[in-house]
Design a protein around this ligand. Structure first.
Ligand SMILES: [Fe+2]
Length: 472
């Protein structure tokens, strides 16, 4: 007697990755529900949207070529536009008719790097409006400038010549609502002397300052936070071995080692005062991909993160069978006493459905807040492929995830939930019927289900990070 077939916890998930994305621009028709008057402006989401070429298939979710989608809300309706970011990688590979460059998780014979040192980025992580343009970001390199309406790619953006093609620059730019500044970081992995570079730009994209702070280990670090006085990092012991990456011609994924015995550390670097000392605090041995927010209160710095027991990157493969063994992940609050540099409190929220892509009201980064929204995976803890199928709403005041929307089997959510004036915008793909839509929820009560569904003409790939440019 043969063993019963394992239950597929993510039916039709392959349909979320393997299709030829159609670039288009059109007015959305067939909208179900009213588009709230409070939602006016343009929503952007970036994500990987091409995983195959000439019979070759990428292994890892982070490998795919970036595609930006825009939904422009005005009084006449909603216009949807989506285009690939025309990177150097995409241009060369379209001309060759095959993949040429090494990916984050896919290395192959004769694959290429940028200037023989770094990935030629697929620019698939995020897209942020800034200084009158739209910037699409990949990991570890300059963003690409896009036309904010047509999404036409104009080329790499070097911040008025202050950065160059080898400047380390992460995908998680942050925007300080207090002054409109953009902050970002990038890690230099120079042999034996890894350094975190911290940049701050004025609203016109001029560079206000660049700090370099030595770090003990070559951390692979994806995100950061800030307050009025500090830039804030949760450095997990996921370490990048660049000599291995260069000498053994392996992927980034194969060059990363997880060394939990080395512990995690909170690193706080003064944002403005050049002479002030940084603060380093041991913080267990968990893994953090994304922070929720940071703020200061009464001599303490609060750092809220989504904390896993182990890195999540191995769960982004093999496409399309993602998250096969994802470890529990929980919203976790660390409180640092700024007077003595000690950890004063660690508080864990009970929700453990591998949440990711947290987001808050864009008026509140760096400031006291309570509510946040994120995607979750209902089947966490069970073996086998699975994907985001929950929109979860947490509150630090309530101390829990008190409000939750669950999709039907075969229906998946994507793109960091985006807060717009009391509403949450998120992507949905019904893999059963291959129908994509944008959903709007009442941010206070996502459990009630979407108040508005905006059906899209073609399937779209579920993305990573989002932004919203309010109407002028
Ligand atoms: Fe991210």
């Amino acid at each position: 007697m043969s063993a019963p077939a394992a239950v597929d916890l993510a039916p039709f998930l392959e349909r979320a990755f393997f299709f030829d994305a159609v670039e288009d621009s059109y007015r959305i028709t067939g909208i179900q529900g009213d588009v709230p008057a409070a939602v006016r402006g343009t929503y952007y989401v970036n994500g990987p949207a091409r995983f195959t070429r000439a019979g070759m298939q990428y292994k890892h979710w982070l490998d795919g070529d970036g595609m930006v989608c825009a939904a422009r809300f005005d009084d006449a309706g909603v216009t949807f536009t989506n285009r690939f970011v025309r990177t150097a990688k995409l241009r060369d590979e379209e001309a060759a008719g095959r993949f040429l460059y090494r990916g984050f998780g896919t290395a192959f014979a004769d694959d290429r790097l940028r200037r023989n040192v770094m990935l030629e980025p697929p620019v698939n992580v995020s897209a942020y409006p800034f200084a009158g343009v739209l910037l699409a970001f990949g990991e570890q390199s300059l963003p690409y400038e896009l036309d904010p309406v047509t999404l036409e790619t104009r080329g790499e953006y070097d911040f008025h010549g202050k950065l160059n093609g080898l400047s380390p620059f992460a995908a998680h730019a942050k925007f300080d609502p207090a002054n409109g500044h953009m902050l970002n970081f990038g890690i230099s992995y120079a042999a034996d002397h890894p350094v975190v570079n911290i940049y701050e730009f004025a609203p016109d994209a001029s560079l206000i300052r660049r700090r370099r702070h030595p770090i003990r280990m070559p951390h692979s670090n994806h995100d950061f936070g800030f307050t009025a006085n500090w830039t804030c990092f949760f450095l997990s012991p996921l370490l990048m071995n660049f000599p291995k990456f260069w000498n053994e011609r392996v992927s980034v994924m194969e060059s990363l080692t997880w060394e939990p015995e080395k512990g995690s550390r909170i690193l706080l670097v003064p944002r403005q005062a050049r002479d002030a000392a940084a603060i380093e605090v041991p913080a267990g041995c968990g893994y953090c991909l994304h922070l929720i927010n940071c703020f200061e209160t009464e001599g303490h710095l609060v750092m809220d993160i989504l904390e896993l027991e182990a890195p999540v990157y191995p769960e982004y493969q093999p496409v399309p069978d993602l998250f096969p063994t994802v470890t529990p992940c929980r919203p976790t609050r660390y409180v640092v006493d700024l007077a003595n540099g000690q950890l004063a409190e660690r508080r864990v929220m009970a929700y453990d459905c591998a949440p990711d892509f947290p987001n808050i009201d864009p008026r509140l980064p760096g400031q006291a807040y309570s509510d946040f929204w994120m995607l979750g995976i209902s089947h966490s803890g069970k073996p086998g492929r699975k994907f985001f199928d929950q929109l979860a709403h947490g509150s630090w005041k309530k101390g829990e995830v008190h409000d939750l929307y669950q999709t039907e089997p075969g229906v998946y959510l994507g793109g960091e939930p985006n807060y717009v004036n009391g509403y949450i915008l998120v992507e949905q793909l019904d893999a059963r019927s291959r129908e994509a839509s944008l959903l709007l929820f009442d941010a206070r009560q996502v459990a009630n289900g979407p108040v508005t569904r905006l059906p899209l003409r073609h399937p779209i790939h579920l993305g990573f990070h989002t932004s919203f440019a309010p109407a002028e």
